[in-house]
Design a protein around this ligand. Structure first.
Ligand SMILES: [Zn+2]
Length: 260
């Protein structure tokens, strides 16, 4: 197991050195709080066991940023924990009808919120806030005491954002990134990739805003979906890596519906 220290009391935990999906552990005075729980159930069982051994404390709270399986497939390893998500996220997860292997319980969040939830463990405070963007249930976790924001997939660093979800909304995504910039935080833990700062948040914000501008202008000029797709594909976020076609198609659909 690899424990990488982000800042005081905050760690990234991974069972494999090549894993790019982030599982975040907050080492609090009386407990470990995990944010997201990884893409493979056997790995999540190990993550829990070794995290509890490493910190000599129980993991008893899991907070989920969104329902996609790369962040939630490990959930049955935490069926006895308090599991927190937005209400939309729970609805999304139930709709996937995911099966679990024998010996595990089908596990869902057991504490939900509509728009935001404040938590306090000892002196450490957390704000969990739903913004939408990557999915309609997407939420971030902000810990002002440690100046940390855990973003889920509204921020990916060194990976192109994936915006193909049918309940994704690029305008809410832009708003979420603007909101991150307004927080008194230094460390942004993305859904995928290394920890960044506000510069990385700004880079992704600029990229989505440029795609929006190009698409909106072309929609108003009466350009076809194919022409818009080809033009927006040339806009780079990660140099030399092309955007996911499903992302641009979804964003184009949303923008076209909003264009006047
Ligand atoms: Zn993801």
């Amino acid at each position: 197991m690899i424990f990488r220290n982000v800042t005081q009391s905050v760690y990234l935990v991974s069972s494999h050195p090549d894993s790019n999906v982030n599982v975040t552990a907050f080492n609090l005075p009386k407990r470990i709080v995990l944010i997201d729980c990884g893409m493979r159930l056997p790995a999540a069982v190990e993550v829990r066991k070794e995290t509890e051994a490493f910190f000599k404390k129980k993991v008893d709270v899991v907070i989920l940023t969104h329902f996609h399986s790369d962040h939630t497939a490990g959930l049955p390893a935490f069926s006895d924990c308090r599991i927190i998500s937005s209400r939309f996220m729970l609805k999304n997860l139930k709709e996937t009808g995911r099966k679990v292997p024998e010996g595990f319980m089908v596990t869902f969040p057991n504490k939900t919120f509509d728009n935001q939830l404040k938590l306090r463990y000892g002196d450490v405070q957390f704000l969990i806030k739903r913004t939408g963007g990557h999915t309609d249930g997407s939420a971030y976790v902000y810990c002002p005491d440690y100046k940390v924001v855990v973003t889920g997939d509204n921020l990916t660093i060194n990976f192109n954002p994936w915006g193909g979800a049918k309940n994704g909304d690029p305008d809410l995504w832009i708003r979420a990134l603007q909101e991150y910039l307004s927080l008194a935080a230094e460390f942004f833990i993305p859904g995928h990739g290394p920890v960044g700062g506000k510069d990385q948040v700004k880079e992704l914000l600029d990229y989505i805003e440029i795609v929006r501008k190009v698409m909106m202008e072309m929609i108003v000029l009466g350009k076809t979906e194919e022409e818009i797709f080809n033009a927006s594909r040339k806009i780079e976020y990660i140099p030399s890596r092309k955007a996911h076609p499903s992302t641009l198609k979804r964003w184009h659909k949303v923008f076209r519906a909003r264009a006047v």
